[in-house]
Design a protein around this ligand. Structure first.
Ligand code: CO
Length: 297
């Protein structure tokens, strides 16, 4: 076959292929052509195996779906221990890397990963690394962005403070103490809890922020409320879910729980077993961070 005719045949064949498989264009299987946009949201939390904690996840998912009615929403838990426990119970949940790999397989082009953490501690930074890894893959997502946790900037502190002030039980009297219990961490971002404590006291001097594993500690708060002669304290979780820490460390019957420690000092305690993500006004602040990144797609 003369060379010119051979070239013609190859060209015809390529044209035919494209005409016969229009789907190739739409689904982006042809190299060098743009994939059809497919946007998705991945919500990432530490996770909880506590059944009551599901209320937080259900609420935040409902708020996200309300804000993004046509965008598929996926979940990932960062805690391996909790994922293993749930898998044994027949309720498997993906890790962040697995969830993102699946989304890549499903041809998502734009993925908004939203951290549901309270502060940008160690878990958020691990999440950052995973997102960076996916971002660096040349044939991966067109765009992958990570939304900040609840407290990431000074205006977040104000927004969360004002929302939590609205979430205090109505029967609370002005001189009753309100103690928010956060997780706390060795990570430098623990300073956000201290900043939260400071900013909350500017509006309500009988309101405190303490942590289980960082600073401020309960001891410091206890000394101050004893000085004031406070006789009643509300214990309110400052964690997205009312899971193990809330049910045991905060409200448990054990001698070390916050409730027992305060009771031992003669202070009447009233506990609230509700994670912050169960309040719409707080859940919507996470959703605002998600909207921030989504606006860059
Ligand atoms: Co913990």
């Amino acid at each position: 076959m003369p060379r010119a005719r051979a070239v013609f045949h190859v060209a015809t064949l390529i044209c035919l292929c494209l005409v016969l498989s229009p789907g190739a264009w739409a689904h982006g299987h042809v190299h060098g052509h743009k994939k059809t946009d497919k946007r998705g949201i991945l919500l990432v939390t530490f996770g909880s195996s506590c059944l009551q904690a599901q209320a937080s996840f259900e609420n935040i998912e409902a708020r996200v779906k309300k804000a993004f009615p046509h965008v598929p929403v996926r979940w990932a838990y960062t805690s391996r221990m909790i994922r293993h426990k749930l898998a044994k119970e027949g309720k498997p949940i993906d890790s962040t890397a697995t969830a993102l790999a699946k989304m890549m397989d499903e041809n998502f082009t734009h993925v908004a990963v939203q951290s549901l953490h309270t502060i940008a501690g160690a878990e958020f930074h691990d999440l950052r690394s995973i997102v960076n890894g996916f971002e660096s893959m040349s044939c991966g997502f067109e765009k992958i962005l990570l939304g900040y946790p609840l407290l990431a900037a000074p205006h977040d502190l104000v927004a969360v403070r004002d929302a939590m002030l609205n979430n205090i039980p109505e029967e609370r009297k002005a001189d009753d103490a309100v103690i928010l219990m956060g997780h706390g961490t060795h990570h430098p971002s623990n300073a956000f809890y201290q900043a939260m404590a400071y900013i909350i006291q500017q509006k309500d001097p009988n309101m405190y922020v303490g942590t289980v594993e960082g600073a401020p500690s309960l001891d410091g708060i206890l000394a101050r409320i004893e000085d004031k002669g406070t006789d009643t304290a509300y214990l309110i979780p400052f964690m997205s879910v009312a899971g193990d820490h809330v049910r045991n460390d905060m409200a448990g019957a054990g001698t070390d729980s916050w409730k027992s420690t305060l009771s031992d000092k003669g202070i009447t305690t009233k506990v609230v077993l509700k994670g912050t993500a169960e309040y719409d006004n707080i859940a919507d602040l996470w959703v605002d961070h998600l909207k921030d990144i989504f606006s860059h797609f």
